[in-house]
Design a protein around this ligand. Structure first.
Ligand SMILES: [Zn+2]
Length: 391
């Protein structure tokens, strides 16, 4: 009887009488019964409070203070004096046919929001992973409307037999709108065609992917297409890295040692270098003319990215193109080609603050979810989990 008041507080259910409570190892057992009251016979509607017999039902509840909680409900069976029908009393906190309380179910669903493994969260809820997943499978997410700014990106989810999935977000309001099973143009087209409010979309942010651009032009003909800034900068960083690696290989063992920290130093913006680092960079550039040119191209491109608007960016980009043409750096050719091909979308990005930065952050979170996933190969569950965590 020690825990009577305490357990009553834990239980918190209405019309419940706690008869006994005890802790046994890590388990808290609470014995309860419902208040006796008049019930209506489900068959003839006659009123009765005549008890026929009892049955003990063991129910799991949310863990409390580090203990797993078991409720032992002494369930009453009433009998109707009129038609002799026997029936169990009503227990409002217990969903039908469940061996757990409604709030334990709510607790499990809530814990799926955390980026922890299913095994772990099931353990802390005192259920098996299979049960936890079965409960979670009742959650369904759907998206009904499209935002003003829409971002499309892909990530390697390896779910539902497809390597890549597509993520649709609202970067302005930082919301994940949907996860699509693949990145095939015809499927994306079919998906977006269903929306009646496509005219809401004024900006579409994408990386420099041709299929996405064609799709955006078809599906959102009035929207401005914005090339994601991060992606644009990344292209240049990659090109620079290719030059650096190629040049480094040419050096003898001794000099290569000298280049040990080169990657970090050379990728740093020049104005962020300490005087000592600046000298090191200068020495590296002296060794290779190609590296020096690549360094200039990279840094000049940062300046393009710092442009205050599309007008300024256009001038700076033209300057950068001229610079590129004067050098002999085939590693940068793909950048040059992409910047020409995507000039309009890149310039658009200088007049609005929208990028895929939010989506990129989500992609990192998805990686963690995948690592801890249980049955993630099921696409629907994978999608629901991501939307649940991000909701
Ligand atoms: Zn009856």
């Amino acid at each position: 009887m020690l825990y009577k008041d305490y357990t009553k507080e834990i239980i918190g259910f209405k019309d419940v009488k706690v008869t006994f409570g005890e802790i046994e190892g890590n388990n808290l057992h609470i014995h309860i019964e419902m208040q006796r009251r008049i019930h209506k016979c489900p068959r003839c509607a006659h009123e009765t409070n005549k008890i026929h017999d009892y049955r003990i039902q063991k129910i799991k509840d949310i863990p409390s203070f580090g203990n797993y909680t078991y409720i032992h409900l002494r369930k009453r069976r009433y009998i109707c004096p009129n038609c002799k029908k026997k029936f169990y009393e009503e227990v409002p906190f217990l969903p039908r046919y469940q061996r757990m309380t409604s709030r334990l179910i709510a607790f499990i669903i809530k814990s799926f929001r955390k980026v922890s493994s299913v095994k772990e969260l099931a353990g802390s809820a005192n259920v098996s992973p299979t049960t936890a997943v079965r409960i979670f499978d009742h959650i369904k997410y759907s998206n009904m409307s499209l935002p003003k700014v829409l971002s499309m990106d892909e990530f390697r989810g390896n779910a539902g037999g497809e390597k890549f999935q597509c993520i649709v977000t609202d970067p302005e309001n930082k919301k994940v709108l949907d996860i699509l099973p693949n990145r095939k143009s015809e499927d994306l087209y079919r998906y977006f065609s269903k929306y009646k409010d496509r005219h809401n979309v004024k900006y579409v942010v994408i990386d420099m992917s041709g299929p996405y651009r064609s799709l955006a032009r078809t599906i959102f003909p009035k929207a401005q297409i914005i090339a994601d800034k991060y992606h644009v900068v990344r292209q240049v960083a990659w090109a620079f890295e290719n030059v650096r690696k190629a040049e480094q290989k040419k050096f003898h063992e001794q000099r290569r040692k000298y280049f040990k920290r080169s990657r970090k130093l050379l990728l740093k913006r020049p104005d962020k270098l300490t005087p000592d680092e600046a000298i090191q960079v200068e020495n590296m550039l002296k060794i290779s003319e190609r590296l020096r040119q690549a360094y200039v191209l990279k840094n000049e491109f940062y300046k393009v990215m710092d442009s205050k608007n599309s007008f300024e960016a256009k001038k700076n980009l033209a300057r950068w193109n001229m610079l590129f043409n004067g050098y002999n750096l085939p590693e940068f050719y793909d950048c040059f080609k992409a910047f020409t091909n995507w000039q309009k979308e890149i310039l658009n990005s200088f007049d609005v603050p929208y990028t895929n930065g939010f989506t990129e952050g989500i992609n990192n979170k998805i990686k963690v979810i995948k690592r801890n996933a249980y049955g993630i190969r099921n696409f629907e569950r994978f999608r629901n989990r991501i939307l649940h965590v991000m909701a």
